[in-house]
Design a protein around this ligand. Structure first.
Ligand code: PLP
Length: 441
């Protein structure tokens, strides 16, 4: 199989999360990106409605980030952080803990969201063990959650199709239900009024199914992202926090999507005013430009693990590329852009415009629900009889033909544009989608 324009062979690259054989019959390639747009080999300009893959919050190709990476590559290409490091690593950690809620001050670097999550799960077990509560090994995740593709993240994740071929996963895992009732909460803007009580399922799991003294951590995305964009009902995260506190369980927020401005604050924890013990982040940390993940822990978590003689390694964990110099340079430049351009403030201003525009689809053909918060939206379509996902895929293709990159997860369309999107582009996005829906059977 070759790409028709260049005759380039396509077989060797085993593409992730892609129907490889179908893709290679009709490859979708991009050769350049700038601002809100991708460009195809034949010069078509495509509006990016997902910040690539929930990553490029500052928009594509920001010259300040590009220059920082170029300069760093010329200065110090690589040094590991195993018992050595470089100044930028400490600077990024310091800046990042300033982005996190007060008290979360210990930053462990990795290269992806998946690694950030697996790191958090390992830290949770190590924390309890260090405090003499080694029986706390169990994790509780949630239906429809995506926590990446490591064994830990996959185990606590709540998307069955992702797990089918790979069992056995971690055994000591349970899941909470999705805090969503289509009868009561469809078409909510932001956090639904209804549904705080869904958190009480955690209390009942801990009193009827599991001994709470065996539970290490509860992990949730504050807003479920790739599982369909489900904001937490009002009061839900607060209740989870309270239950975890009562039972000595750590609360982990996976902010790989919600971090870096999606909700108009550095982290959703700050936007929603609920502080977890550990935050996982990646993606927007470097604006997607160089892979990087980070796990940010509460001081007390680090201190408990570090309670041993000073010469000893506290945590037997790490990656060759933890705190890679190029990633650190990219992260610092990205955080500068977020702050200097006040992109998080921009989200707070744009969010009502975004919600208004997204919810204008309520009456559109096939639309079953619209959920929005910050600069995120999920649009559920009525599935076709006996062909779940087919309508979503067709809408995605028709949007692409109309000049917009739109991601579908089955019959749910997912939106998370760069934070630099203009009001005109927001209007264009949802008007185009409305037209595409009207034209789709
Ligand atoms: N956690 C969440 C919430 C994510 O959305 C993702 C990726 O989309 C991940 C973890 C995994 O990140 P990565 O693909 O960088 O490993």
């Amino acid at each position: 199989m070759t790409a028709s324009a260049s005759n380039q062979p396509l077989d060797s690259f085993w593409m992730p999360f892609t129907p490889n054989r179908a893709f290679k019959h009709a490859p979708r390639l991009f050769v350049r990106a700038q601002g809100m747009h991708y460009f195809t080999p034949d010069g078509r300009r495509i509006l990016d409605t997902l910040a690539a893959l929930w990553c490029v919050n500052a928009g594509h190709g920001d010259p300040r980030i590009v220059r920082a990476i170029q300069a760093q590559a010329a200065e110090l290409d690589f040094v590991s952080s195993f018992n050595m490091s470089h100044p930028l690593a400490f600077e990024v950690a310091e800046r990042l803990s300033g982005f996190a809620p007060a008290g979360l001050g210990r930053v462990f670097f990795s290269n992806s969201g998946s690694e950030a999550v697996d790191t958090a799960l390992k830290i949770a077990r190590a924390y309890h063990r260090a405090r003499g509560e080694g029986a706390r090994i169990r994790f509780i995740g949630r239906a429809k959650a995506y926590h990446g593709m490591g064994w830990g993240g996959l185990s606590v994740g709540g998307l069955a199709r992702h797990k089918r071929e790979f069992a056995p996963l971690l055994g000591d895992v349970d899941h909470l239900c999705l805090p969503y009732d289509p009868q009561r909460s469809a078409f909510s803007r932001g956090q639904a009024e209804y549904g705080a009580h869904f958190a009480d399922e955690l209390e009942s799991l801990l009193t009827t199914v599991h001994d709470p003294a065996t539970v290490a951590a509860v992990i949730v995305e504050p807003v479920i992202g790739s599982g369909g964009v489900y904001p937490p009902p009002k009061g839900y995260l607060e209740r989870l926090r309270g239950i975890c506190d009562r039972h000595g369980i750590l609360l982990i927020f996976d902010e790989v999507i919600t971090g870096f401005g999606r909700l108009g604050a550095p982290f959703a924890a700050r936007a929603l005013n609920v502080t977890p013990d550990i935050i996982c982040c990646a993606k927007g940390l470097t604006n997607g430009s160089v892979p990087m993940g980070a796990t940010i822990a509460r001081e007390g978590v680090f201190e408990a693990i570090a309670n041993r003689p000073a010469g000893q390694i506290e945590l037997f964990h790490g990656y060759t590329y933890s705190a890679h110099p190029l990633a650190c340079a990219a992260a610092l430049a990205t955080m500068d852009v977020y702050e200097n351009d006040d992109l998080f403030g921009r989200v707070r201003t744009l969010a009502p415009v975004w919600a208004e525009s997204a919810h204008s689809l309520q009456a559109a053909r096939h639309v079953r629900d619209v959920r929005s918060i910050g600069l995120l939206a999920g649009v559920d379509l009525e599935p076709r009889e006996g062909a779940a996902g087919a309508r979503g895929a067709e809408v995605g293709q028709r949007c692409f033909d109309a000049g917009m990159l739109v991601r579908n997860s089955g019959d749910t369309l997912l939106f998370s544009p760069p934070l630099i999107i203009s009001e005109e582009q927001i209007a264009h996005l949802f008007e185009t989608l409305g037209r595409v829906l009207a034209a789709t059977a």
